[in-house]
Ligand binder design. Structure first.
Ligand code: IPE
Ligand code: IPE
Ligand code: MG
Length: 249
């Protein structure tokens, strides 16, 4: 790290109000492909670098004292990509399922968001094992969104609710906003306070569209593999200078 970067990081750390951190931060990990292109590397190298950034940022979010961090790792639409790229992404995800636990060293609870039925039984077995093994690590939760899309999540929730109404378990009057929230993949968690999207795109790409109704959005042109702790601090600092009104005055 250059002297200038170190200075900038120190100054940001001094300016961030650690008593007023966003409880739930969500990140769209975008820009791996462009990072690879910029470095004349294959796309899968961009994803490998992105996976490293995921580990670094999840670790520093825990150290900062953020309670929940959600990462968008693979969308319901990402299956459209070339077979080779999808396979490279799946290999990285499987590597995380195999080795993620050791790296966490008991510091975080892991939860997966998304439709897991698309994955092989052995993949789901590993994913369930991680969720089970980290259940007791309260205080810091990492959500990893895999084969996740907001519309798919809402569709699955609505289907489940309709079945419960049909079987008489609940009545139509029980369906409140809180109830719908509780039936989403993030059920039981507070909505994200801050949604971060690097890579220069200004869209949600089907991410947390219900939960993000009043989230503060932070966009930046930095590509995900280049994203560092100071960028997280920059986003948090900006967030702390926003005026959240929730429709009030
Ligand atoms: C994000 O990087 C990773 C996934 C979507 C899985 P991209 O692969 O979308 O990177 P760009 O947008 O092509 O740069
Ligand atoms: C969003 O990025 C999905 C993830 C980061 C996992 P995309 O690269 O798929 O989004 P679009 O295609 O630019 O909207
Ligand atoms: Mg992209």
């Amino acid at each position: 790290m250059s002297f200038f970067d170190a200075f900038r990081k120190k100054r940001l750390e001094a300016e961030v109000d650690f008593d007023n951190l966003p409880v739930h931060v969500a990140i769209i990990m975008d820009g791996n492909g462009r990072w690879a292109k910029r470095h004349s590397l294959p796309r899968k190298s961009g994803h490998a670098m992105g996976a490293k950034t995921f580990e670094e940022i999840s670790e520093c979010a825990g150290e900062l004292g953020i309670k929940i961090i959600t990462f968008y790792a693979f969308s319901t639409e990402n299956w459209k990509r070339d077979k080779e790229e999808v396979e490279a992404l799946m290999a990285l995800l499987e590597d995380y399922l195999d080795n993620g636990l050791q790296k966490l060293k008991g510091r975080a609870q892991i939860r997966f968001l998304g439709d897991m039925s698309a994955f092989s039984e052995s993949f789901r077995e590993k994913q369930r094992y991680i969720e089970e093994a980290t259940k007791g690590n309260s205080g810091f939760l990492i959500n990893v969104a895999l084969n996740y899309g907001s519309r798919d999540e809402i569709t699955r929730a609505v289907r489940g609710i309709a079945e419960d109404v049909k079987s008489g378990k609940i009545s139509a009057d029980d369906i409140t906003e809180e109830f719908i929230s509780s039936r989403l993949d993030t059920g039981g968690e507070p909505d994200p306070d801050l949604i971060i999207r690097p890579s220069g795109e200004f869209r949600l790409s089907n991410f947390l569209m219900w939960q993000g109704a009043y989230s503060e959005l932070w966009f930046d042109k930095i590509l995900w593999p280049d994203f560092k702790k100071e960028d997280l601090l920059r986003a948090i600092h900006d967030y702390q200078n926003r005026n959240r009104r929730f429709g009030g005055r």
